[in-house]
Design a protein around this ligand. Structure first.
Ligand code: CUK
Ligand code: CUA
Length: 762
């Protein structure tokens, strides 16, 4: 008897359902725990974060990318990273900064006529409706170069960058008002507000200023409107974080400061250093501002134009009674309004206390005109005792506070203690503490700075990772630790290193609130949301030459770039517009031309242009950079940069000499493939596929592909009739290419239908 091969045995065994798989998968959970040295507690934590293949996470987090100038999108509880969004920094994968439309977005962020291609991002903010996250836009600040960016969550792309007209740095942004009327941005380091104006440090108190900008947001347009925005002039106190009022405090905003000493250092002149001078006093100031009234005053013409921007000066703000100060201990950092808007919690970095201020008490003091003093600029100061609800000693180095879905429950980060404190701010009681690793900055609960926090999870954004991960050199990642807050005691679940920069703050939204598009309307410029002037329909591809300007109107569809050759003369200015004609989900094509530093990511429906000067003669391949199909490598072409006045000497391309037999074999392959397509089509039409929009799009796309074979069939048959086997065979091959794409889509649709419970129809 012949011996069965090993392969045959395993195939038969599999067919009979016998267990011949590798030993590891037969292990019991107990075995795995033992082998990997895991505890029951580890197992519980793993089960709480594990999201099996095919399943999705409950929350989506938008993390500041720190010095990367980007935004990192990750999922909770799995902590899987989903995307890096290019914001202030070029991002090659998305073509951000390498195609014409996105270059224009980055160019909006130019300052004094110069490109700034990085950003120090700190605080992302989600757009809100009635104080609840609405999943439409994310805003993020650049502390180093005072800018705010707008990301549209319909496609997770950066649409706008605005430069602050009067600041040189900003930190207290982005924070939004309850209906996203304004995006708040407070200055950090005081400077003269007039652009490029020099004043010596000796004139710091008189000429240097802080401030807050209220950027007007037009939700319909999805853009900030600089001309309708305004700022408020503030003393040079090093304003830090901000938060907008909500509920009873709606219409107000709160910003703290950490150097009301107005100290300017000068260690090189023998003076004590900044950190000594800025922390000398026991208190700094929280700024309390009626922004609604400020907006009215500006609208009534009470602002002053500085650098073409409306600024409400301190003098006016004091006179109109919309600006107040309250002492806060000591070198504070976070200022966080409670979900109901009744209290404002301030953590003093150098004090063990958090201070809970009462909005009602603040209002009562303002109404009664009860002030303990005025600051050097004449701003009324409300006594701390008249504004405080309570103070609670939480631990060393309290920084930031977030809220739970349970009333009165807050979580505060303790930087020096490396702990998270859970406490009750109504009663002023500490409830639980959990150690994190190491030196926590911000922390974040699900929708935890909105009017409706979702509880469940907390992420600790730890500044240091020290020994937590496999060493990778002196520069360590940051450590985002996921914590379960659903019970009375907090439980640490998971460590995620974030290696792109120092994220300061993260926000997380219920994933169900996000409704991003799958594709663009064909011919869309994704950065302007308008029709792209270079959009091209199938069959209308062309190259237009005017003088030394060459403009290509091309298309992309699996597995083909039209045109396949672009011929220019050295010195020509070349613009290549490309429209992705795909309708299938996730069929993105990339595009680059060798050595011209251009790249585009062209998602289905999008039109993108790349532009460069063909300033060197030679031959430059261009190709699709996304592995989009089995014939992705063949998605290619040549840019031929010819010397001036070049004349062709050879008229024809080399031939392959295909035979009649080659042609017949190809025709048979085409017939066989058609049989497969027919069987897939028979299945799809036998079920209720029309109830699945995803499938309808795929089926449309598939028939589009198949529809193209008709004309080509005529071509290969005509060539065969003339015994031109070369062209007959190649055109027949092209029919097969379209069939392969059709079959690919058809099978994808079939799999989708099978997995999503399609039902038989009569
Ligand atoms: S900041 Cu960095 S830890 Cu910019 Cu909100 Cu507090
Ligand atoms: Cu398109 Cu690869």
């Amino acid at each position: 008897m012949k011996r069965l091969s090993k392969l045959a045995v395993s195939l038969i065994a599999a067919g009979m359902g016998l267990a011949t798989t590798a030993a590891w998968s037969a292990d019991t959970l107990q075995d795995v725990l033992k082998q990997r040295g895991l505890s029951q507690q580890d197992l519980l934590a793993a089960a709480k974060t594990y999201v099996p293949t095919g399943k999705r996470d409950e929350f989506v987090a938008f993390s500041s990318g720190g010095q990367s100038g980007q935004v990192i999108v990750y999922a909770i509880p799995s902590m899987r990273i989903l995307k890096y969004i290019g914001v202030f920094t070029p991002e090659p994968w998305q073509g951000y900064g390498f195609d014409e439309s996105s270059k224009k977005v980055l160019a909006q962020g130019r300052i004094d006529g110069k490109d700034i291609t990085w950003g120090d991002t700190h605080h992302p903010a989600m757009s809100e409706t009635n104080g609840e996250y609405d999943g439409q836009f994310v805003f993020i600040n650049d502390k180093a170069n005072p800018r705010i960016a707008v990301i549209d969550l319909r496609d997770f792309e950066t649409k706008q960058i605005v430069v602050n007209p009067i600041f040189k740095s900003e930190h207290g942004g982005a924070f939004v008002t309850t209906n996203t009327e304004y995006v708040i941005e407070a200055a950090q380091y005081a400077t003269p507000l007039e652009n490029k104006k020099f004043y010596p440090l000796e004139e710091f108190n008189e000429k240097y200023r802080g401030g807050i900008t209220y950027w007007k947001f037009d939700r319909k347009e999805g853009r900030i409107q600089p001309e309708k925005s305004f700022s408020l002039e503030l003393p040079p106190y090093s304003q830090d974080l901000s938060d907008a009022g909500k509920g009873m405090s709606e219409g107000w905003s709160f910003t703290n400061s950490f150097c009301s000493e107005r100290y300017v250092g000068g260690i090189e002149k023998g003076r004590p250093p900044y950190e000594a001078g800025c922390s000398a006093k026991d208190t700094d100031y929280m700024h309390v501002i009626n922004w609604k009234k400020a907006a009215e005053l500006v609208a009534a013409g009470k602002g002053k134009k500085i650098n073409g921007h409306n600024v409400l000066m301190m003098e006016t703000a004091i006179k109109e009674g919309i600006l107040f100060l309250i002492p806060e201990p000591k070198s504070p950092h976070g200022v966080d309004v409670t979900p109901d808007g009744s209290k404002i919690i301030v953590a003093g970095k150098l004090d063990t206390h958090v201070s809970v201020y009462s909005f009602e008490k603040i209002q009562a003091a303002i109404k009664a005109g009860k002030f303990e003093s005025k600051d050097p600029y004449g701003i009324p100061v409300i006594a701390m005792k008249d504004a405080l609800h309570t103070q609670v000693s939480l631990g060393l180095g309290p920084l930031h506070t977030q809220y739970d879905s349970k009333t009165c429950i807050a979580y505060t980060s303790l930087y020096v203690d490396s702990q998270v404190a859970k406490w009750n701010y109504c009663e002023g009681k500490v409830l639980d503490k959990l150690s994190v690793h190491y030196n926590i900055g911000h922390l974040m609960t699900m929708e935890g700075d909105s009017t409706k926090p979702a509880g469940k999870y907390l992420v600790a954004l730890n500044k240091l990772a020290i020994d937590r991960f496999v060493p990778i050199g002196p520069l360590h990642p940051q450590n985002h630790q996921l914590i379960d807050i659903s019970g009375d005691k907090m439980q640490l679940l998971y460590d995620m290193p974030l290696p792109l920069g120092e994220p300061h703050y993260v926000i997380a939204i219920d994933a169900k609130k996000l409704k991003p598009a799958v594709r663009y309307k064909v011919g869309t410029d994704s950065r302007t949301d308008q029709a792209h002037p270079g959009a091209t329909k199938a069959g209308e591809e062309r190259t237009v030459k005017k003088g030394n300007k060459v403009e290509v109107f091309g298309t992309l569809i699996r597995s083909h770039i039209t045109p396949e050759t672009i011929e220019v003369e050295v010195g020509d200015e070349v613009t290549i517009n490309l429209t992705n004609l795909e309708r299938a989900q996730d069929e993105t094509h990339g595009f680059t031309v060798s050595t011209f530093n251009v790249h585009a990511s062209v998602e289905p429906g999008k039109t993108v242009a790349v532009k460069f000067k063909a300033d060197k003669e030679g031959v430059y391949p261009y190709y699709c950079t996304e592995f989009c199909s089995a014939l992705h490598l063949e998605m290619q072409g040549y840019l031929l940069v010819k010397p001036k006045g070049w004349k062709a000497t050879k008229a024809t391309l080399a031939a392959q000499n295909y035979t009649e037999a080659d042609y017949k074999a190809t025709v048979k392959k085409v017939a066989d493939t058609q049989a497969i397509i027919d069987s897939v089509v028979a299945y799809i039409t036998s079920v209720n596929y029309k109830d699945f929009p995803e499938v309808v799009a795929m089926v449309e796309d598939a028939f589009d592909q198949l529809g193209k074979t008709k004309d080509i069939k005529v071509k290969h048959e005509a060539a065969a009739a003339k015994k031109d086997w070369e062209n007959a065979n190649l055109w027949a091959e092209q029919v097969w290419q379209y069939q392969v794409k059709t079959a690919d889509l058809g099978l994808r649709a079939k799999t989708f239908l099978e997995q999503n419970g399609a039902k038989k129809v009569k």
